[in-house]
Design a protein around this ligand. Structure first.
Ligand code: PLP
Length: 388
């Protein structure tokens, strides 16, 4: 039946990777051993104590009922304790924490609470696509703010036209950043909070990668900044920290007013996350730091292997010790798609072209360090043999 799609679906940006997917498929059919460095999904398994906690919880019939809309009290308390330990941020588990069915769910739904026709939502370009799409679904107007390498991939708030600032309701930020692997400074967050208060704009921070660091400097939370709780909500997730992308568990924390509004939307859409998954999430949040240090050591080695391969081609990967991504300019004379196409055709390596994350990503490509280290070494040696 030719049913007409709603406008909100028809206006979605086109899928940019169809041609690359086709070329990848073609290589696989030719028998090429394709190495996929395109996906941002950890290859390592969820730590065993978390898996065991789920097994146990699922045997308890009390978990089989509808969960609470806002999440189990014990999970919200574990989140508050974790924020205190990790960031020295105090959160009231009853009013300043809500459980999410993965942070993507919260990010996509949040604009429904505040955005209506004519409202602008500012989002970083390049970025995770959900900020923009959640805005479109809520009937708002997404406005990209370019992240430029000369600004260390921080948005230049002064570059946003006054007329746009006046209509802006929310600004999305994401540090440690996907896809650029940049991190934000305390000064940046402080200026942002001051600016947001002045213009009455909500700051929505996506901190999914706060635990994926390989240097001495730990990423911070925007909630560490004085006054942040008046205007900011932070979205966080167990997905990347604990290799739990399939489990769908995350949280939103911060301003009581903003958390409550998101809760109001969710109450009317979903019925919360499975209590057994939340119980396993509590075990995750209490895992000893030594478990995570093992993961960090693996990412550190992988980053070194791939960075030196890229440098052998005289490419200059953006220097970073956060996230599991490498963000690199393509060589002169190539578009992102052209260069990524060459990597597939001549090395059997799949990467993501930067323009897939927004127009300002053109001229870059992203490598994910989420394949076993041996495979990554193989990819590195193929790259080192390329002639540009
Ligand atoms: C992976 C990722 C998330 C986490 O998504 P979940 O829904 O919690 O699995 C959020 N934001 C960004 C930028 C990501 O890359």
């Amino acid at each position: 039946m030719p049913f007409e799609l709603a406008k909100r679906l028809k206006v979605l940006p086109p899928y940019l990777f169809a041609e690359l997917d086709r070329r990848k498929q073609e290589k696989i059919e030719q028998g090429v051993d394709v190495i996929d460095l395109g996906v941002g999904d950890p290859d390592l398994p969820t730590p065993e104590p978390i898996v065991e906690a789920l097994r146990e919880a699922v045997r308890d019939p009390s978990t089989h009922k509808y969960p609470s809309y806002v999440g189990m009290r014990e999970f919200r308390q574990a989140v508050a304790n974790w924020y205190k330990r990790r960031f020295d941020v105090d959160l009231n588990p009853d009013t300043e924490v809500i459980t999410l069915i993965g942070s993507k769910e919260g990010i996509a739904h949040f604009p429904l609470a505040f955005v209506q026709e004519g409202d602008v939502v500012l989002y970083p370009d390049p970025s995770y696509p959900v900020y923009k799409i959640g805005t479109i679904f809520a009937g708002g107007e997404p406005y990209p703010v370019a992240l430029k390498e000369e600004n260390d991939f921080l948005p230049d708030l002064g570059s946003i036209p006054q007329e746009v600032v006046d209509r802006a309701k929310i600004i999305w930020i994401n540090y440690p950043n996907n896809p650029t692997s940049a991190d934000a400074t305390e000064d940046f967050y402080r200026d942002l909070i001051r600016w947001a208060k002045k213009h009455n704009i909500i700051v929505a921070s996506d901190n999914a990668y706060s635990e994926i660091y390989t240097g001495d400097k730990k990423p911070i939370s925007i909630l560490q900044i004085e006054g942040a709780k008046e205007v900011a909500i932070e979205f966080h997730s167990l997905s990347k920290t604990y290799n739990m992308t399939g489990w769908r568990i995350g949280m939103a924390v911060g301003s009581e007013e903003l958390v409550r509004a998101l809760g109001k939307v969710k109450t009317n859409i979903d019925s919360g996350q499975f209590n057994a998954v939340q119980r396993a999430g509590i075990v995750a949040l209490n895992l000893p730091e030594s478990e995570l240090d093992k993961l960090r050591a693996i990412y550190r080695e992988r980053r070194q292997v791939m960075t030196s391969a890229l440098r052998s081609l005289e490419l200059k990967p953006y220097e970073s010790e956060v996230t599991f991504y490498i963000w690199t300019k393509v060589p002169d004379g190539y578009t992102s798609a052209e260069f990524v196409g060459r990597l597939i055709d001549e090395a059997g390596i799949v990467c993501t072209p930067g323009n897939g994350f927004g127009d300002a990503g053109e001229g870059y490509f992203r490598i994910s360090l989420t394949v076993p280290t041996e495979r990554l070494k193989e990819a590195a040696s193929r790259i080192e043999k390329l002639k540009l």
